[in-house]
Design a protein around this ligand. Structure first.
Ligand SMILES: *Cc1c(COP(=O)(O)O)cnc(C)c1O
Length: 397
C-alpha cells in the first residue's frame, strides 16, 4: 500500500518548487510564491480524479473526517453510526465534535453490515459512516437506501481504499461526503495530510472555512477577512501538499502495481480449498492494497498467522487482536478515558460497549487474515512470497 516506497523525481520537483519560493503556507503571499499553489493543485487533481465537484485538503485523514462532519452541521449529541472494525480516527473525529459514536457490526465484507446499521438508528442518528477497510468497500447501495429512507447523511471513510470503485465510481465520491488520508503508510502519501470530497457546495464552503479558523477566503487580504462562524486550524502545509500533487498523479500507476501483486498472491492461495476470500459487494472493485481471506476457525487463523510470520512473510495482520483497529482493544473508548471532562452529551449517550454484543463481528474478524500488498515487490518477489504463503497456511490447517 505505501506510496512512500516509490518516491522519486516527481515528488522532489514539486517540493523543490516550494523550497525555491519559501512560501510554505497554502493561503496568501501571492507575490512571493512564483505562481505555485500546491494545495490548490492537489485539490484540483483530486477532485478531477475522484469525479467530484469539490475537494478540500487538510492536515490528516482524521482532520478530514472531523471537518466533513462539522461541515455537514454535526455537533453535540448527534449520533454517528460507525463499524467495529476501523481505525480509532473514526470515533476520535466524532467525539471531537461532541457527537456520539455508535458502533455496529460488520459482515463478510469487513465493513458495515447494512441490517445492523438499520437496527441502530434512533431519532438522534444523523450520519452513517462506512469505512472501506483494507482496500474494499461497504455495500453502498444498501447503505444509501437506508440513508435515503431515514434522511441520514452517508460519509465514506475511503482512507484505506483510495482508487477503488463501486458501480464504476471512485470510492469516496458516492456518499454525501468522502474522506481520504495521505499519512505516511497510505496508498498515496504526503507525509501527513488528508482531504474531503463532495458535490455539495454548501459543505465545501463550510469545509474550507471551518478548517481555517472560519476565514471566509474572500478577497486577498487575509487579515481583513470575515469569519462567518467558529472554526479551527486543520490546514495542510504547502510542503506536504507538494508531495501529494506528485503522488495523486501516480495513483493509477500504484493501483496497477498493487493489482498485479495482489493477483499473484490471490491465485496462489486459491489452491487452498479452506480459504474463502473477503466478499466484495457486487459492482465493486478493490484498490488491491490488502488481500483479505477467512480460514475455517479462529484456531487455524491464529496458527496460520503465526506460521506466516515464522516463515518470514511480513505485513500479514490478524486484526482480531489489534490495538488500533478492532473494538475489543478500545478500552479507552469503552471506559471514556479522556484527559479532561467530556461533553455531557457524550457521557450520557455513549452506549456501554463493555456489555455490547458484537459476536457477528467477532465471527468474521476471528477468522480473518489481512496481507498488505506492497508496491516495491518485483513480480518474482511476489511469486516467491505467494509460494511461501501457501506452504505456511497449508501447514496450519
Ligand atoms: C489512516 C486512517 C485514518 C486517519 O488518517 P490519518 O491521516 O492518519 O489521520 C482514518 N480512517 C482510516 C480507515 C484510516 O486507515
Amino acid at each position: 500500500m505505501p506510496g512512500f516506497e516509490l518516491f522519486g523525481d516527481k515528488e522532489r520537483k514539486e517540493v523543490q518548487d516550494v523550497m525555491d519560493s519559501g512560501v510554505l503556507m497554502r493561503y496568501g503571499f501571492d507575490a512571493m510564491r512564483n505562481g505555485h499553489w500546491k494545495t490548490k493543485e492537489l485539490e484540483n487533481g483530486l477532485a478531477e480524479r475522484m469525479q467530484s465537484k469539490y475537494a478540500h485538503a487538510v492536515s490528516s485523514g482524521t482532520a478530514a473526517l472531523t471537518v466533513a462532519l462539522a461541515s455537514a452541521g454535526i455537533g453535540a449529541g448527534d449520533e454517528v453510526i460507525m463499524p467495529t472494525f476501523t481505525f480509532v480516527a473514526s470515533f476520535e473525529s466524532i467525539l471531537a465534535l461532541g457527537a456520539v459514536p455508535v458502533l455496529v457490526d460488520i459482515d463478510d465484507t469487513l465493513t458495515l453490515k447494512p441490517q445492523a446499521v438499520e437496527n441502530a438508528i434512533t431519532p438522534r442518528t444523523k450520519v452513517v459512516m462506512p469505512v472501506h477497510m483494507c482496500g474494499s468497500m461497504a455495500n453502498l447501495d444498501a447503505l444509501k437506501a437506508i440513508c435515503d429512507k431515514h434522511g441520514l447523511l452517508l460519509l465514506e471513510d475511503a482512507c484505506q481504499a483510495i482508487g477503488g470503485t463501486y458501480d464504476g465510481k471512485p470510492l469516496g465520491s458516492i456518499g454525501d461526503l468522502g474522506c481520504f488520508s495521505f499519512d505516511y503508510v497510505k496508498t498515496i502519501t504526503c507525509g501527513e495530510g488528508g482531504a474531503v470530497i463532495t458535490n455539495n457546495k454548501a459543505y465545501y464552503e463550510n469545509a474550507h472555512k471551518y478548517s481555517d479558523h472560519g476565514h471566509d477566503h474572500i478577497g486577498n487580504n487575509r487579515g481583513a477577512e470575515g469569519h462567518p462562524f467558529l472554526g479551527y486550524n486543520f490546514r495542510i502545509s504547502e510542503m506536504n501538499a507538494a508531495v501529494g500533487v506528485a503522488q495523486v498523479s501516480r495513483l493509477d500507476e500504484f493501483i496497477a502495481i498493487q493489482k498485479r501483486n495482489y493477483t499473484i498472491l490471490r491465485e496462489a492461495l486459491s489452491s487452498i480449498p479452506e480459504i474463502v476470500f473477503r466478499t466484495v459487494p457486487d459492482g465493486g472493485e478493490e484498490n488491491y492494497s490488502f488481500l483479505n481471506f477467512f480460514l475455517p476457525t479462529e484456531d487455524i487463523s491464529k496458527k496460520s498467522h503465526q506460521a506466516l510470520s515464522e516463515n518470514g512473510v511480513d505485513g500479514c495482520f490478524y486484526w482480531y487482536n489489534n490495538n488500533w483497529h478492532y473494538y475489543k482493544k478500545w478500552e479507552h473508548l469503552t471506559n471514556l478515558k479522556s484527559l479532561g471532562n467530556l461533553p455531557k452529551d457524550v457521557k450520557e449517550s455513549l452506549p456501554d460497549y463493555s456489555k455490547a454484543d458484537f459476536s457477528e463481528s467477532d465471527k468474521w474478524m476471528s477468522r480473518n487474515i489481512s496481507c498488505l500488498i506492497k508496491l516495491g515487490w518485483s513480480e518474482e518477489e511476489a511469486v516467491q512470497r505467494a509460494n511461501t504463503m501457501v506452504e505456511a497456511v497449508k501447514s496450519s490447517i
